[in-house]
Design a binder for this molecule. Structure first.
Ligand code: T4K
Length: 375
């Protein structure tokens, strides 16, 4: 007899946005209209940047139109060229931000447990053309920052971080945003904390901050005076208003994600062959990525599981499969890159990302658990 598979009435998205107090947002947007100042470092952007600096405990936070442009500007401001070492197990924007400006991303392998860049693999990938390391803090978990910094120092390389996943997370008690030359956050709608589209570069380096700020605004240093090549990376006032409103709800978003994580842990812990991501309880963490690894003992492959979940309207994702090295143009440029990425190749076909955030609750997670257990 065919089993009746339950199906959620509405699709459950990974990355369904967290949204703060709408009335407050509407009030701030009204003020923006009254001021008739819509972008170019208006009042909301200035207030938002001050709030970010305070929250992160960092000297400078320059808001951006998105993290991809932020990474491009950071790479340019740091004068990166030649080759820059990055993980393949990241969103393709990390690689594109470099390749877009003629810098070659060189993929290094990851640590089997943290899924983050392995400092030893980074060191092996260094050549005379290497100028920097761009490491991603994947799935809310900081990289081995000390290990990477030691490699960078030994070889005179610039270290910067793609911190798109790590807003609100800490490393050894200090907030992400304070490490390397600078760190780039994404505030895209799908992130733990969003400004519709947006991002920010955080740094404690005064000179770098100044350069990034100028490059973000076409290189203008005062009216009519351009001193660098620049682009347009500015955040507008409405996005900053969303940032201000969502800052007020940060504690609620954090609490919801912690509650959801615990519900997933309870649902998954007794399932053979399925393991849920773990977070360091001593650190601050946004717990935005409910990632499960599908082992050999599980009755379905990762792809079969995703198919089953999607048929039930749980729109699970396969981030970051198949890895940047298997995407164009990198696949054609470096057809054998996978040979040096055994851990990435092993891990990426096993990961599934499940929905969390304020649109999901314990009851929903218990039902998703039933699908995972095959109840
Ligand atoms: N570095 C890393 C490590 C990143 O993960 C990202 C972005 C970046 C850099 C670049 O940051 P930004 O330049 O974007 O600031 C999505 C996001 O578009 C992307 O921002 C994000 N990473 C990436 C991991 O996910 P797609 O192509 O998978 O998006 P899409 O349209 O399939 O949406 C993802 C899920 O979210 C779907 O289940 C639908 C749902 N969703 C999406 C939107 C936009 C909603 O429920 N509501 C929404 O408003 O890239």
């Amino acid at each position: 007899m065919q089993r009746c598979i339950m199906k959620f009435e509405k699709p459950l998205h990974v990355g369904c946005p967290n949204i703060g107090d709408r009335k407050k947002f509407h009030r701030i947007v009204d003020d923006i209209f009254d001021r008739r100042w819509l972008t170019n470092r208006g009042q909301c952007v200035q207030e938002f940047e001050a709030r970010l600096c305070d929250f992160l405990g960092v000297k400078h936070c320059i808001t951006m139109c998105n993290a991809t442009v932020g990474l491009e500007i950071a790479a340019k401001a740091l004068d990166l060229k030649g080759e820059v070492i990055i993980p393949s197990m990241t969103f393709v924007a990390t690689a594109h931000a470099l390749q877009w400006q003629g810098i070659h991303p060189v993929f290094a392998d990851i640590d089997r447990h943290s899924y983050n860049l392995d400092p030893a693999a980074v060191e092996r990938a260094i050549t005379p053309r290497t100028t920097g390391i761009l490491a991603t803090h994947v799935y809310s978990r900081p990289c081995d920052i000390d290990g990477l910094q030691a490699v960078a120092d030994r070889h005179g390389l610039k270290l910067l971080f793609d911190a798109a996943h790590a807003f609100g997370c800490s490393y050894k008690g200090q907030m992400i945003g304070n490490f390397g030359e600078c760190e780039a956050f994404s505030f895209h709608g799908t992130k733990f904390f969003n400004t519709f589209e947006g991002g920010a570069i955080a740094t404690n380096n005064d000179k770098l901050a100044e350069k990034i700020r100028l490059m973000q605004n076409f290189g203008f240093s005062g009216a009519d005076n351009v001193i660098y090549i620049g682009t347009n990376g500015k955040m507008n006032e409405v996005c900053a208003a969303m940032g201000l409103v969502n800052m007020d709800s940060l504690d609620e978003f954090l609490a919801v994600n912690k509650r959801n994580f615990e519900a997933y842990r309870a649902a998954i812990e007794k399932i053979d062959g399925l393991s849920l991501i773990e977070f360091d309880e001593k650190e601050k963490c946004n717990r935005q990525y409910m990632v499960a690894e599908v082992g050999d003992e599980y009755p379905l492959s990762r792809d079969e599981l995703v198919e089953k979940l999607q048929a039930a309207n749980v729109l699970a994702r396969k981030y970051f499969w198949p890895g940047c090295h298997n995407m164009e143009p990198y696949k054609s440029l470096h057809p054998n890159a996978g040979l040096l990425l055994p851990v990435t190749e092993e891990v990426t076909p096993r990961l599934v990302v499940l929905p969390t955030g304020t649109s999901v609750d314990g009851e929903i997670i218990e039902k998703i658990g039933g699908l995972l257990r095959n109840d």
